[in-house]
Write a protein that binds this ligand. Sequence first.
Ligand code: AMP
Length: 215
Amino acid sequence: MKSIILLGGPGVGKGTLADFLKKQTDYIHVSTGDMLRAAIQSGSPVGLEAKSFMETGRLVPDSVVLRIVEERISQDSTGARFMFDGFPRTIEQAEGLDAIFKRLGGSLNHVFNLVVERPVLLRRLTGRRVCKTCGAVYHVTSRPPKQEGVCDVDAGELYQRTDDSEATILNRLEVYEKQTVPLISFYRKKGLLRDIDAGGKAEETDALVLKVLTA
Ligand code: AMP
């Protein structure tokens, strides 16, 4: 079975698209950001190692990320299909993923490159709110919950990620340009890249991606 990657800078809507695809398909959602935040909350060794990188918007070392991804993939049967969200973020991680697939079985089918203009990204990130318990993503103006500060899905408390402050956002965008953008040509050369205009409404992005997956 073949897996997919949701590629794009902070704020392009990878998490929102993943929420939709989880409901519509059988892809297993693997978000390294969510896994690392959970590790920090539980106070595990991985969490302790990742904390300072995440708080300043820098990338967590490739070796740490590849370890948690391999652990996660090995929990499912070889037939499982994964949807990677926020991973890989460097060429080293992309090569590491190839090596993991060689060891455990699996391959990639599509890499969705979500494209959004910078001013839109900044607006999205500063207004983003996330459910503390289930991770559902909201926006104060474009995707508000029914009741302010409360998750529609499980009534969990909504919070603003500490790395969604303006200074950290600028740093994350710079890190994306330098370290993750090279993945676009890496996957284009392999014939796996699908450019998706993700600057409109979430439903429009959802439909574009679903069309490719069901073609
Ligand atoms: P995200 O939730 O994907 O925006 O990730 C939040 C933060 O977690 C990033 O700014 C990084 O510090 C860290 N992170 C998440 N995924 C990765 C990854 N694949 N490689 C390195 N760091 C990551």
